[in-house]
Design a protein around this ligand. Structure first.
Ligand SMILES: N[C@@H](CCC(=O)N[C@@H](CS)C(=O)NCC(=O)O)C(=O)O
Length: 265
């Protein structure tokens, strides 16, 4: 009797944990029609947006088939930010919501075995990069005159001459206002770089000698990790944050490792 009860309990636990997987329909690779809307490669990097590079890395890591749209217009994006995707007749914006959608629709090969503490750490490091380090990087690109000129020549070179004198400085002003609204823009230049450098050091300390951020196997946190670290270690745009990140051998080796595994072609 006791054995029967135990067997029923084990079955119930198995069903409880297995049911989300049962809800995922089988998809053949040919059925999937994901189109990725993102910025074009430039300045030595696949994408100057760490969020676009995160999402494309995730698609490669999960081997989901996708095509990149020829020209993505940020003004036409559902949330006026890139990346976004279409999948058949669905449009989804925001790299994290897109990854949630992909996990629910096509399965979760990278994160399905994460323990609860690992899930917590994963979210905390993702927030460190996306909600804090990101803004120090924005400052290094938009507030520093030399880098701003580089961005201006890339993003606005197609504008007709009259607009080219007006629009870029307005967009720069808006971006600097966003830094101010976030709060980071109210600090001194030295303080902003100190904030960003502490995040970079935390990433290096946490990675330590592991191949991937959460251990021996890649997880979705590495998509974010690569999106941000490549934007520091690989981009041809000098900054105090990039110089600092490049001093960490483990971060450089981490970028090499992800590139060899997912970005060979
Ligand atoms: N939370 C969003 C952030 C995306 C984001 O900030 N994209 C920036 C590029 S890095 C953008 O499109 N900015 C255009 C703008 O703000 O006008 C995500 O995860 O996708």
């Amino acid at each position: 009797m006791a054995i029967k009860i135990l067997a029923v309990k084990i079955l119930a636990i198995k069903i409880l944990y297995a049911w989300p997987a049962l809800l995922i329909k089988e998809h053949s690779q040919e059925d999937i029609m994901i189109t990725l809307y993102q910025f074009q490669p430039c300045l030595g990097i696949q994408n100057l947006s760490p969020f676009c590079l995160k999402l494309e890395s995730y698609l490669r890591m999960t081997e989901l088939p996708y095509t990149v749209a020829d020209a993505a217009d940020v003004r036409k994006a559902p949330k006026q930010k890139l990346p976004y995707i279409t999948d058949g007749d669905r449009t989804i914006a925001d790299s994290s919501f897109i990854i949630d959608y992909l996990k629910q629709t096509y399965g979760d090969p990278l994160d399905q075995n994460l323990s609860l503490p690992e899930q917590g750490i994963s979210l905390a490091f993702r927030r460190l990069m996306e909600e804090n380090l990101y803004w120090a990087m924005v400052y290094s690109r938009w507030a520093e005159d030399d880098n701003w000129k580089r961005l201006r020549d890339i993003y606005f070179s197609d504008l007709p001459p009259i607009l080219r004198t007006l629009i870029p400085s307005q967009v720069r002003k808006d971006t600097l206002q966003k830094l101010d609204g976030h709060g980071i823009g109210r600090h001194s230049r030295a303080e902003i770089y100190q904030i960003g450098q502490r995040d970079i050091k935390a990433l290096s300390d946490f990675l330590s000698g592991k191949p991937f951020l959460l251990g021996d196997r890649p997880t979705s946190l590495d998509a974010t990790g690569y999106g941000f670290l490549a934007n520091l270690c690989r981009v041809q745009m000098p900054s105090e944050l990039s110089d600092y990140a490049k001093q960490f051998d483990n971060l450089m080796a981490y970028c090499d490792r992800l590139e060899k595994r997912y970005w060979k072609s």
